[in-house]
Design a protein around this ligand. Structure first.
Ligand code: ACO
Length: 195
């Protein structure tokens, strides 16, 4: 599996992976907004093998949550090829905070919009690698002083990755942040600009 910077050609497969792995989905133009505005911030994991091509989405979410509607979303996964022979198996979609209400003198901050790895390719360190690349790019290229993200309180895998592996801190709990009413942890990591 190779980790490389995401390009415009990867956007459809990133959206496909996002639809497969997460209930938080975005219009295609939002992916384009990311890649056109911050072309060096997002990364993909790709492979030329054919392992996991028939995997099913959402089992983890369906079995770990009480939301009985989740299981009805399960779909067979068609592999998504970004170019001949190269299948996308993970991505991190990242940006800088461009909220116009942010104060001008506020610290520059990066944001992780979405991260996911296809089921068959999990527990191999891919999410950690994708995140470290994005954190480095946000810091080096876009001069982010810290990076923020939101994660479901029930998402043990992602929480472990953010809190224990990558040393994000929990800033606050945002009540009913998600459409199904679940609360989010708002997390933040201050970037060491000397790294
Ligand atoms: N339970 C506990 N710990 C876990 C789990 C798990 N299911 N999965 C990974 N971890 C730990 C690993 O052991 C590792 O810890 P270590 O550093 O102590 O060894 C660490 O998390 C990183 O593991 P990776 O192998 O890099 O993670 P992976 O590639 O498996 O991807 C991810 C993790 C992205 C959360 C994956 O499970 C996934 O795609 N889940 C569905 C989508 C999702 O929840 N995305 C995050 C939403 S939040 C957001 O997008 C901002």
């Amino acid at each position: 599996v190779t980790i490389r910077r995401a390009t415009i050609e990867d956007m459809l497969c990133m959206q496909n992976a996002n639809l497969h792995n997460l209930p938080e989905n975005y219009l295609f133009k939002y992916y384009m907004y990311h890649i056109l505005s911050w072309p060096e911030a997002s990364f993909v994991a790709t492979t030329t093998d054919n392992v996991g091509d028939l995997e099913v989405g959402f089992e983890e979410l369906a079995s770990s949550s009480n939301n009985s509607t989740s299981s009805s979303i399960a779909t067979k996964c068609d592999p998504c090829y970004v170019r001949s022979g190269e299948k996308l198996v993970g991505y991190v979609l990242a940006k800088m905070n461009d909220d116009p209400s942010a104060q001008q003198d506020a610290a520059l901050n990066g944001h992780i919009t979405s991260l996911s790895v296809m089921r068959t390719y999990r527990r191999m360190g891919l999410a950690e690698k994708l995140m470290r690349q994005a954190l480095f790019a946000l810091s080096e290229v876009y001069k982010a002083q810290y990076v923020s993200l939101h994660v479901r309180q029930s998402n043990r895998a992602a929480l472990h990755l953010y809190r224990d592996t990558l040393e994000f801190e929990v800033l606050s709990v945002e009540k009913s942040y998600y459409l199904d009413g679940e609360d989010a942890y708002a997390m933040k990591k201050v970037l060491d600009t000397d790294e």
